[in-house]
Design a binder for this molecule. Sequence first.
Ligand code: CBH
Ligand code: ZN
Length: 358
Amino acid sequence: MAAGLLERLRDGVVVGDGGYVMALEKRGFVKAGNWTPEAVVEHPEAVKQLHREFLLAGSDVLQTFTFYSTDDVLRVKNGQAFSCSQLNENACRLTREVAAEGDVLVAGGITLTKAYSQGKGKQEVQAIFRAQLEALKRNKVDFLLVEYYNYVEEIEWAIEEARKSGLAVAASMCIGREGDLADVPPGECAVRMARAGADVVGVNCLFDPVMTLDTIRLMKEALDAEGLRPFLMTQPNGFFSTGMDRYGYLSCPEYPLALESRTVTRFDVHMYARAAYELGVRYMGGCCGFEPYHVRAISEELAKERGKLPPSSAKHEPWGAGISNSSFEFISARANREHWENLVPTTGRPGPASHHFK
Ligand code: CBH
Ligand code: ZN
């Protein structure tokens, strides 16, 4: 039998997928603002194709496209055209079909509820988590991904339910350096996630790789101080959001329809992947703004550690080497790491250059 999540994490580094809602929104299959996953019923081939592109980019995990798939969120966002159970059932089938094309794990994703933010109690909120988990368990996902929570108390409740499945649990909050929306600092969030039973803890979404690295560093320090050793995970956004408050990219005026000029380059991703690895992060992917080529950059940066390049590197070489056959000499002159590592990308618009990772 293929190795499970924890064995893979123990052995090395696990590359993750992510960024589905935004990637599918751009392709025309998800509605911005809703970010709900009806595409698993309406456009199964589009979802499968994106899974496949992440797989080819070297992701070791394919997550079910079940983001915001709770009956209470669906009701508010789209009049509940489909139920959580219908969506999750379809999502699992699609993910499993593509996972069979490679040696990857299926992560069953559960996400935050509307009920918690409305002040509903633990029993009501956990009933919603159980409803999300039903189809995931029935379809035998390989592990659970409990992600995008902005309150540590809610993720504790989710982890508690997820644990009951007996599956490994990876848990990540959408917080930055300032902590959760109730002002619980990242270190305390991490400790509480680990104590609730998460095998992997970390952060996803809302912030860019720079802020995400700061946040995971704070998490690690607190976990170390408590003698806790969960694996660490980071799935930052692929948009620079320097200087934004605790809502990260949501506070950018360009969110969610004009974020392109903030997009990280594949070389920014190389630097993020290296820095995260050095910090001890072993489950590494991306969230909104990440596309398969960004995940390929993680796989290429960590090719030595992983002992392999991903399939889609057949059409790409790390650090620009692949462009040496360009039709003009001035372009092939850029076929080296030095050029791409030192590049400060511009927006191409009149005005200041955009931020660079360094
Ligand atoms: O799409 C994915 O890959 C998911 N695993 C994470 C999505 S994070 C989406 C954030 C939406 C923000 C909003 O509600 O405005
Ligand atoms: Zn996201």
